[in-house]
Ligand binder design. Structure first.
Ligand SMILES: [Zn+2]
Length: 557
């Protein structure tokens, strides 16, 4: 194997630094304007580019053209710096040389002028590891170093530094390198190395690197060997011991189907993996669902995701208590299934909250003073009416959304076949043209749809179901509609047969047509479902007059 990628592609210029644009810009400006501090502190995650930046900065100071943001890379100073052998650039690792004697030796060094460069530069890595005495010794020199001395302190843990150190240095915070920047860098390297790859595989490698470019490149080295020069998702997940994203997809399919048997089987397959890592992979999968814009999976609503994330974090606590991994995983997935069941309660609370919001009086818009009061009142009454109607239609859209959220297919059926007519006197009237499998699906879901309706329109809400006749071209045609009112059993006992009889008498001449209607009503999916659920004692069939129908047709607009 040739040179490690991290070494081969180590940045040599500020513009090569990945994901730290603002830092390289500020340092470049400082170099070009010669406004230099005598001590710098670079803090940030491991592998975020602190040491690389320190080396480039040192070279930029000592280049024959320096200080410059664009070191020439050809002078003796640059060449020595690039190979890490510059006599005036001294690197020290405070993790291994942390004692006061080490610092005394370093201070001794500062007394001699640089030999070939303009500056003597001390790079102290992991500076937070120094002992208290060592810090105190360093402090004096930091305060007033000779003008040819520069300090660059690097740390992953700036909070462990004494305040006195922080106040004497110019602090640069290196942020975690964004995954996209890392992926982009990997692509560039692989293109230069002439190695094939799958994008998803690079994503996984970048993710596992946790924002450290160095770690990511080490993994890329391994992946190249492991996958024999063609990096794909399979070999990468294998190499890293990760769970294949496809497997996780299958797992969630089983969870949403509440397929306990399948879930148990999948947990059995997961026995070869570290349980904590599986939970991390699942978290990542869910995060991706949350951020997904195109092809968003409606099953994974924010509410469901929130529940799942909480369950995962609970499971991690359990794992820390040394619980058996498979047991915790199984528990996690079963809790997720449970979480789907109690979804309704939260929805109800949410709805009640939004109800309260809607009913709050809104401040009236300022009106022209010239308008007569009467006009105003009329106007505002109209607009109240209008906004009420709008609100009710809005709520209907919300209803559709909720049904979609519960089941995509059902949402499709509902939105395409059921139209809003009105909402008055606690009765939601809609019209339906559903038939075939759609009708069946809606019938099976009637219970939950009704539940949503009552969530949105109030607990007292009744549903009035009318048939959505397909209009033909004849304008004179009188449309018919049927109204089905669900009666509470207490009221319905006595009068209804009588009433029905009367109606039938009145409509005698149209009986055959009426019979047809009745038949249709009694066979209607909602009537049947309502009957199944609540036991209908009577059904009123009322013929609608033309005037009503016009109103009926107009209101949805
Ligand atoms: Zn140079």
């Amino acid at each position: 194997m040739e040179m490690a990628l991290a070494l081969k592609y180590r940045p040599r210029r500020f513009e090569d630094l990945i994901g730290q644009d603002s830092i390289s810009q500020t340092l470049s400006l400082a170099l070009d304007s010669k406004r230099l501090s005598h001590a710098y502190l670079f803090s940030g995650l491991r592998g975020s580019g602190k040491t690389s930046t320190a080396r480039i900065f040192s070279k930029a100071l000592n280049c024959i053209n320096g200080p410059t943001s664009k070191p020439c890379d050809v002078c003796d100073n640059c060449i020595a710096a690039n190979s890490g052998r510059h006599i005036d650039i001294i690197e020290m690792d405070a993790a291994s040389s942390r004692k006061i004697d080490d610092i005394r030796e370093l201070i001794e060094h500062t007394k001699y002028k640089p030999s070939t460069g303009k500056y003597k530069i001390f790079i102290i890595d992991e500076v937070h590891m120094l002992t208290k005495e060592a810090f105190n010794a360093l402090l004096k020199t930091l305060e007033e170093p000779p003008n040819y001395v520069k300090f660059i302190l690097a740390t992953t843990d700036p909070l462990k530094l004494p305040a006195t150190i922080l106040s004497r240095t110019q602090h640069f915070r290196f942020k975690k390198i964004a995954k996209n920047d890392i992926v982009h860098h990997l692509e560039t390297i692989l293109a230069q190395e002439n190695i094939e790859y799958q994008n998803d595989a690079l994503e996984i490698i970048a993710r596992s690197g946790g924002g450290s470019l160095r770690d990511t490149l080490t993994m890329l080295d391994q992946a190249i060997i492991f996958s024999k020069n063609s990096i794909d998702t399979n070999s990468v997940t294998d190499m890293l011991g990760l769970v294949d994203p496809e497997f996780i997809k299958g797992l969630f399919d089983a969870i949403f189907l509440k397929d306990m048997q399948k879930i148990k089987e999948l947990v059995f397959e997961l026995e070869n993996y570290e349980a904590e890592m599986v939970l991390d992979e699942i978290s990542q999968y869910l995060k991706d669902k949350l951020f997904m814009v195109e092809g968003k999976d409606l099953k994974f609503s924010p509410l469901v995701l929130d529940r799942f994330f909480r369950i995962i974090s609970d499971s991690k606590v359990l794992l820390n208590l040394n619980s058996d991994g498979s047991f915790v995983l199984l528990l996690t997935f079963l809790k997720m299934v449970e979480a789907l069941n109690i979804k309704d309660v939260d929805e109800m609370i949410e709805e009640i909250e939004s109800e309260i919001d809607i009913s709050k009086p809104k401040p009236a818009a300022p009106k022209d003073i010239d308008n007569s009061k009467k006009e105003q009142n009329k106007e505002s009454a109209k607009s109240v009416e209008k906004s009420k109607e709008l609100q009710n239609q809005k709520r209907f859209e919300l209803l559709i959304e909720k049904i979609y959220d519960r089941s995509f297919d059902c949402g499709e059926c509902f939105s395409q076949n059921i139209g809003f007519v009105s909402f008055e006197d606690n009765t939601l009237t809609w019209r339906s043209k559903a038939d075939g499998s759609c009708k069946e699906l809606l019938r099976d879901s009637y219970g939950i749809i009704k539940h949503f309706v009552q969530d949105i329109y109030g607990f007292e809400t009744k549903i009035k179901h009318t048939i959505w006749e397909i209009e033909d071209s004849d304008d004179d045609k009188i449309e018919k509609s049927t109204e089905v009112t669900q009666e509470s059993p207490a009221q319905s006992d006595t009068s209804d047969t009588e009433e029905e009889q009367k109606k039938n008498d009145n409509l005698e001449e149209k009986k055959s047509e009426e019979e047809l209607f009745k038949e249709r009503v009694l066979n209607d999916l909602y009537v049947k479902t309502t009957d199944r659920l609540f036991g209908i004692k009577s059904v009123k069939v009322i013929r609608w007059e033309q005037g009503d129908l016009q109103h009926l047709e107009k209101s949805p607009n």
